[in-house]
Design a protein around this ligand. Structure first.
Ligand SMILES: [Zn+2]
Length: 369
């Protein structure tokens, strides 16, 4: 039995079916590793992480809580049998010298060429009350699920999962990573960034902007805006979720269709010559504060002061404060999200993990279509 969320969802619809599936599982599945994969799903990984962060404050870069979060992620990966590499770095912030770290694990593939899947684990919420559940608990939980899902799989590329520190302070972790002396950038086939992959109304996958980013503090500049990786992920998503695949956002102002800005960990990689794709949950159909730019994530009045459902915008533009924005706000926590969209969060988390799993198992194939 494959790790497929569709099967699982169907099974959950009926207790009888569930009982039947568990009977089949218990009769046919002997090895421990297999059982572990099947019984622990993408949503459960997300819920475990939600439990971990629920009673804590925000994981601001350079704080003890950020370090504690790194340890927690390392434990999850280690319990799956991976060797975790810790890559510490230091940075200056308002005159203070602070430390953080990136963590990575490798899932060996037939080729030693790397496909990287990365997600930042710090958050920002001291002034807002955000707990960083979707930004970026969702991306981190997906990297734990992928480690579980792809364990002992035969992959075309060596797959490196990385959690980055200090993203919210200016992509410090991902910049430190591409600037490392021991990283051979030419050996990286692509980098998939997961940042806030649930909670917005729709799932998108972007490529880097065709106009180069500013690329500050990158050692080797060789800008790459190819979209083969993006299209490969879309093909995998269309195969597994033909009714609701990951989308390209429509063109808006200076952003051509499907192209994104430099505001997350993909950008140092694109600057350093690595092709990127970026998965994000938001809603480019909402006419937000500055137009259809994807900053407003959800068309649900729970996240607006005054929501105009017909026109997907604020009905009190001059006084609107909330703008359907979840990331970096008090809405980014379980209490504000689960009563409104728990089922959607689950479906999105599962779709992201399944799509990435399907893609990574045949990445070369999907990228040559
Ligand atoms: Zn983020």
């Amino acid at each position: 039995m494959k790790f497929t969320t569709k099967l699982r969802r169907r099974a959950l619809k009926s207790g009888a079916v569930l009982l039947f599936s568990s009977l089949i599982l218990s009769c046919t599945q002997q090895p421990n590793v297999q059982t572990k994969k099947e019984t622990y799903t993408a949503w459960q990984d997300f819920l475990s992480l939600a439990d971990f962060i629920e009673d804590k404050g925000d994981r601001t870069a350079g704080t003890e809580l950020e370090a504690e979060t790194a340890n927690w992620i390392a434990q999850q990966w280690e319990s799956l049998g991976y060797e975790v590499k810790r890559l510490p770095f230091e940075f200056n912030l308002q005159g203070e010298r602070l430390s953080s770290q990136n963590l990575s694990i490798d899932i060996p593939g037939k080729s030693s060429e790397l496909l990287i899947v990365g997600a930042h684990y710090d958050s920002v919420g001291t002034n807002t009350g955000s707990k960083g559940l979707i930004d970026n608990g969702s991306g981190v939980a997906a990297l734990i699920s992928l480690a579980r899902l792809l364990k002992d799989e035969s992959l075309p590329y060596t797959t490196r999962l990385i959690v980055f520190g200090a993203e919210e302070r200016g992509l410090i972790g991902s910049k430190a990573y591409v600037n490392r002396d021991d990283i051979d950038l030419k050996n990286i086939r692509g980098m998939i960034n997961l940042d806030t992959i649930i909670g917005g109304d729709k799932l998108y996958v972007h490529s880097a902007h065709s106009t180069p980013y500013k690329c500050e503090a990158i050692k080797e500049l060789n800008y790459n805006s190819a979209s083969v990786l993006r299209e490969g992920i879309r093909a995998a998503s269309m195969q597994s979720f033909p009714d609701s695949p990951h989308l390209l956002h429509a063109a808006f102002e200076a952003y051509p269709e499907g192209e994104t800005g430099p505001w997350s960990d993909h950008s140092p990689f694109a600057c350093a010559g690595v092709e990127i794709a970026y998965i994000e949950a938001t809603n480019f159909n909402i006419n937000g504060k500055d137009g259809n730019d994807g900053y407003s994530q959800a068309a649900d009045k729970a996240y607006w002061d005054c929501f105009d459902e017909e026109n997907l915008t604020s009905c009190d533009r001059p006084n609107e404060k909330a703008w359907g924005q979840i990331w970096h706000t008090k809405f980014d926590q379980r209490a504000a999200l689960f009563p409104v969209m728990k089922d959607k969060l689950q479906a999105q988390q599962e779709q992201n993990v399944e799509t990435l799993g399907v893609f990574l198992k045949d990445a070369a194939g999907f990228m040559s279509r």
